[in-house]
Write a protein that binds this ligand. Sequence first.
Ligand SMILES: Cc1ncc(C[n+]2csc(CCOP(=O)(O)OP(=O)(O)O)c2C)c(N)n1
Ligand SMILES: [Mg+2]
Length: 342
Amino acid sequence: MVQDRVLPKISTTPVQITREEGLKIYEDMVLGRLFEDKCAEMYYRGKMFGFVHLYNGQEAVSSGIVKAMRPDDYVCSTYRDHVHALSAGVPPNQVMAELFGKATGCSKGRGGSMHLFSSEHNLLGGFAFVAEGIPVATGAAFQSKYRREAMGDQSADQVTACFFGDGASNNGQFFECLNMAVLWKLPILFVVENNKWAIGMAHDRATSDTEIYKKGKAFGMPGVEVDGMDVMAVHTVAQEAVARARAGEGPTLIEALTYRFRGHSLADPDELRDPAEKEAWLARDPIKQFQAYLVEQNLVDQAELTDIDQKIQATVDASVQFAEESPEPDPSELHRYIFVDD
Ligand SMILES: Cc1ncc(C[n+]2csc(CCOP(=O)(O)OP(=O)(O)O)c2C)c(N)n1
Ligand SMILES: [Mg+2]
């Protein structure tokens, strides 16, 4: 079993969330979890093609970060992108339809699981190549800054969140983009979801310094380590980083310590990871922890949480029906959407 790091404690005591905010985050996390469980079912029934990478276990990262942002901010993902897309506001129907390769999907059935995209929701994309989104997100942050400072558009104060894995943080694009982001003080959050594994490669066997957040320092960028199973801790860190970015004070590197509950993809039998390691992380399920927090803070009771779960399950089920009933892309339109004019 790969040794776990001692998890940092971010003080969330002074942070007061309202019932409304708490429920918004909770609903997003549950949507992510139930949507992914349904994806597994549909994949094994042969409804989806290619590789499908699920996010179960990591929900506190997506919800904690994206719910600290505005709907017009930008989100950039990886191939593990369904939940980032949902947090960014892409409707479940459109995400499920995309996974089924249907014309009503957010990428019009052209992309599938690893290439979710929505200009309407400022979702910059899922990317099949490891670290490929990092320069795209850096470019998005640059255009916000350029529009605001060079073109005088005061409304261009959008922040970009760029999600990627521990494995991606060993790729050169990561270092080049950290350099540029600090140099130009770009409004961006680099969010490393350190789930300890890059397929079957343990993080501590693949990188020089396992504490990724410390790599920001080489570029003069603040680096923060956060318990990625604690949504309130992630949310607190995100709020500070978003405020800094929006105020023109530049980027932040956030390393969220988390774990994926399933194999690398649904084609992975997941035989490499030690069962004891999996058990230890399953016991820290971010959704169960947040349920306990909400009840303890008297923001909600257990019966209400059960109602919410049922309501979200109905939404997920409806997304499958929508995807099933949607048309396939028309083969005569195969060449559409390659160029922007289309
Ligand atoms: C440039 C590139 N190299 C290799 C691969 C094969 N590959 C796919 S996922 C992956 C592991 C990435 O792990 P990490 O960044 O930690 O993300 P996680 O899957 O844990 O979310 C690798 C090596 C790829 N897709 N792209
Ligand atoms: Mg990883």
